[in-house]
Write a new protein. Sequence first.
Length: 260
Amino acid sequence: MVRKKVLTEDGSLTRFHPHYQEHYHSLSGARNEAIQRFVVPCRIIERAQLAGVVRILDVGFGLGVNVAVTLEEIRRQVPDARCEWVSLEKELLPLVDLQEHWGEGKVARELCELVSKGSLDEELWSGRILVGDARDSLRSLIGPFDAIYLDPFSPARNPEMWAVEVMRALWEVCEEGGILSTYSSAAKARLALMAAGWEIGLGPRVGRKSSGTVASRGAVDPPLMALEEKQRRSLERRLNEETGINGCDPPSPAAGINSP
């Protein structure tokens, strides 16, 4: 199935998925979105500086832009830190198509090897790509992860990846104090995160898209940016009305919304 290339506003490429009828990235910029939507809100650089190692779960490898940009930023800002990376991907594109999205240099060469072999282990970074249904991969995945990039296609187009059971599985492999970030601000996504035990807050606005969602397993310092009061109350009311949505009760500690 051909995925048409599209030039984004920051000069980087994305593609259009004909089945899901969505672009892989924001048209405001694929690379810009990777930094503003994932690297910054997940506090990747701060974690690398503090611990010397950062462990990232990428739900939706897609075109590999998120991993490429993350590695570049870690190496630029914390060159001695180690990155341990796992990507989940339903259908991996041919390497010849993916290469166009990584530019040139050491990271691009390493990603070529990662895609070709499925795994890579070097002194300052290790990577794995698990191809198949992410719900199956999550059942056997061993954490914990410091950060989770939740980047499947939208809840409207790819609803199975936004189910409470998936959010619960992600919660279980996340480190206490770890952070998840996603572009989606849909009530379905936020309610599923809350029902699975995540504390949620307001994610950054990227381009013309609405603000996304950030979530943490337990409290974080500094705290997540709070949702607007009206949004918070509406979600709390709906969660109370839909206790145990999809037959899945929240784990302990109970789900919550980050608020002042």
